[in-house]
Design a protein around this ligand. Structure first.
Ligand SMILES: [Zn+2]
Length: 133
């Protein structure tokens, strides 16, 4: 048993990851990386599907505990109370299961995650409003 290769030693793992990050940042390597990824994915279809399924399962778990966005179910309850279970877009009552949190100013437009920027809305109303942007 000789000394393990430099890149096989656990203490160098972070260094290798950093080197990889540096490498990927260089524009001339972007194309190379794309080709390599494509080739890898073609050769490892099962791994790709497995990874995607694992990601989807995790995502489902997150959705269950957080509703559909990144807000906790607790915030949704508080908002139901504050907005008296009325959809702030169409003015109709909202059932908890149909409720969603609508960002008055979307996060993508610089809106905050504060309660003052969030209102209660039907998931449907929220999504159809969102499509207008
Ligand atoms: Zn509504």
């Amino acid at each position: 048993m000789g000394t393990p290769r430099w890149d096989a030693r656990p203490e160098n793992k972070a260094k290798i990851a950093a080197l990889g990050r540096e490498w990927r940042k260089k524009p001339e390597n972007k194309v190379k990386q794309k080709v390599a990824t494509k080739r890898w994915r073609a050769a490892n279809r099962e791994r790709v599907i497995e990874t995607r399924n694992r990601w989807l399962a995790k995502r489902r778990e997150t959705d269950k505990s957080y509703g559909r966005g990144r807000h906790s179910i607790v915030i949704k309850h508080l908002l139901m109370q504050r907005d008296k279970s009325i959809c702030q877009i169409c003015g109709e009552p909202v059932a908890f299961a149909d409720a969603s949190l609508d960002h008055i100013i979307p996060i993508s437009r610089g809106g905050s995650d504060e309660a003052t920027n969030i209102r209660l809305a039907h998931l449907f109303c929220n999504v159809s409003r969102g499509n207008k942007y």
